[in-house]
Structure formats: structure tokens, C-alpha cells
Design a protein around this ligand. Structure first.
Ligand code: SF4
Length: 261
């Protein structure tokens, strides 16, 4: 059975071909080194938060990166209620939930899940510099899928579930560190029904597309997604990304650094 995470759903909805390249064909897209460094820092931050929640020592991880220690301490100070003891509830970091839905395994991994008798709080750590606004976040598949799965796999009603994003900025090149900030998104029964209908539509579409045995379709060029896509050359849509009728601009031969063999 194919697993569908929020990342799969987002790519499937943006462009089925991109979903195919990334998750079915496992094609590696060229990645910006600065983005890789941000991802490395984000992964380390998540690791430290998980170790802390499990009561494991964090000193070794923090000693290697003082900016990480500043960020973790900033978060602990900004949201102490999240880290205190919860004797009557349930809390777990990196908590996984799966639901079989229309032939697929819908899956979420919550950075932190805090459950009470009548409340469910999903917490997600984001290591972005600039947080998006609440309306944008509410439309994200991560927000939609995570709340949907919690309601479907617990006794909670939609109104009893919320999702909070905590934004912890990676170290800035200069200036004081940005303090953590948060956005909480609530949930309603109407949103739950809408998400279910969209999941049904997307999974029906995927099943029908896979049954043809053909490559999954490319998104309509006019939607503008190709311009940001790392598969633009593979899709012969590089003119959208690089301009010049698809020809990538190369420096003059004399300017290219020679690599000794
Ligand atoms: S270049 Fe365009 S069509 Fe090709 S995978 Fe990317 S978004 Fe889809």
C-alpha cells in the first residue's frame, strides 16, 4: 500500500509528474547548498528537541553549535507550558499516526503531540526565517492532514483539536537572534469534511492515473509552478526556470575554474 504524507499530497496537488519524479522514481533534484545547510540545521534542532523530550542528554549536540543552544533555550523560555510535566495527559515527540484511506496509508509524524481528555494539541517546529501568515498555513496540506488524522484516530471532535507552529529562526549572519514566535490554527467540523472530500478526490485521481501505466501528467504551464521546479530541465520546461528559450546561461570558458585531474 502506498503511503501518503503531507509532502506527497502537496506535490500531487501541485504537479502529479513532480510527485512521480520525487516519490515513485526517486529522482534526486539538484539542491541549493544554502538550502541544504538550512535543512541540516533544522534536522539538528528537531533531534535536540526529541532528545530533550525523551530525557536524553543534549550536551554533545549543543556543544557543537552555540546557535542551536540559543534557539532551544529561546523556545523553552517562550513556551514553558509545553515543556512542563503533564501528569493527566499524553505527550510524545515524533509521534506517528497512520490511517488507511481509500487504499492508501495516510501518515503523519507530529513533532510533539499533547493530549488531554478533551483536547489535542499538535505542535510543529519550523526553522524558517520568516513565518507565513495564519491563512496560508491553514491551507497547507500539513495543517489539514495532521488535524484530520488526529480526529479520525482519536475520540476528539474537530473543535477540540488545534495545531501550533513554532518558528525558531536559524542563526542570522549578523544582528541579535530573532525570538521564537508561534501561530495556532484551530479546526472545525466543516474544515474536516472539506479535507476528507479533497483527500477522496486526490486519492481517486492518483489511483486512476496509476492504473493507466503511463507517466503521470505534467501540470499546466500557465499555473507557474515550473518556474520554481528543480525538474524543469528534465521536463523540458527549463525556459520557465532559466529563461533564454531553455538555454542555461554559462560563464565564459576563461572564467570557469579548471579542475586538476
Ligand atoms: S517542471 Fe513543471 S511539469 Fe515538470 S515536474 Fe516540475 S512542475 Fe511538474
Amino acid at each position: 500500500m502506498l503511503t501518503l504524507t503531507q509532502g506527497h499530497l502537496r506535490q500531487l496537488e501541485t504537479c502529479p509528474r513532480r510527485y512521480q519524479y520525487t516519490y515513485l522514481d526517486h529522482v534526486t533534484a539538484p539542491t541549493d547548498p544554502a538550502m541544504l545547510e538550512r535543512q541540516r540545521w533544522g534536522t539538528q534542532f528537531h533531534q535536540v528537541m526529541q532528545q530533550r523530550d525523551l530525557g536524553l542528554p543534549m550536551a554533545d549536540l549543543l556543544r557543537e553549535d552555540p546557535a542551536l543552544e540559543t534557539a532551544v533555550n529561546g523556545l523553552l523560555a517562550a513556551a514553558p507550558e509545553l515543556f512542563g510535566p503533564q501528569p493527566d495527559g499524553f505527550r510524545q515527540s515524533e509521534h506517528r499516526r497512520t490511517l488507511v484511506f481509500n487504499g492508501y496509508g495516510l501518515t503523519a509524524i507530529y513533532d510533539l503531540l499533547v493530549l488531554g481528555a478533551t483536547s489535542g494539541q499538535i505542535i510543529d517546529w519550523k526553522t524558517y526565517q520568516r513565518p507565513p501568515n495564519a491563512a496560508q498555513l491553514a491551507q497547507e496540506w500539513q495543517t489539514r492532514l495532521y488535524r484530520y488524522l488526529l480526529v479520525e484516530t482519536s475520540a476528539l471532535r474537530p473543535e477540540q483539536v488545534s495545531m501550533t507552529y513554532w518558528f525558531v529562526a536559524p542563526p542570522a549572519a549578523q544582528g541579535p537572534p530573532t525570538p521564537p514566535s508561534s501561530i495556532t490554527i484551530s479546526y472545525t467540523a466543516a474544515q474536516h469534511r472539506r479535507t476528507e472530500a479533497d483527500l477522496q478526490r486526490l486519492t481517486d485521481t492518483l489511483t486512476a492515473l496509476l492504473a493507466t501505466g503511463n507517466a503521470l501528467p505534467k501540470v499546466d504551464l500557465a499555473q507557474g509552478h515550473c518556474i520554481h521546479c528543480p525538474f524543469a530541465v528534465r521536463c523540458q520546461r527549463s525556459s520557465e526556470r532559466y529563461g533564454l528559450e531553455g538555454v542555461m546561461a554559462l560563464p565564459a570558458i576563461a572564467d570557469i575554474v579548471e579542475i586538476p585531474l
